[in-house]
Design a protein around this ligand. Structure first.
Ligand SMILES: [Zn+2]
Length: 69
């Protein structure tokens, strides 16, 4: 079990924090996925919307998914 922490920076207040991708997946069942031409060659990218704990600004972070079978 490894946690996938990603760094998020709020564009508004500059606050930097870390979120666990596993938590995001649990929280957001109806996330949207990008399907681009590149996705045939590259890992899928999922966009998550996280909220800045400081001022509530929504920040979209792109997370590359790794298929582990
Ligand atoms: Zn902020």
């Amino acid at each position: 079990m490894s946690s996938n922490l990603i760094q998020v920076k709020c564009p508004r207040c500059g606050h930097v924090w870390y979120v666990d991708v596993k938590d995001l997946e649990k929280q957001q069942q109806s996330m949207f996925r990008h399907l681009t031409l590149e996705s045939a060659l590259q890992p899928r990218v999922t966009s998550y919307r996280v909220r800045c704990p400081q001022d509530g600004t929504y920040v979209v972070v792109d997370v590359k998914e790794i298929d582990d079978g």
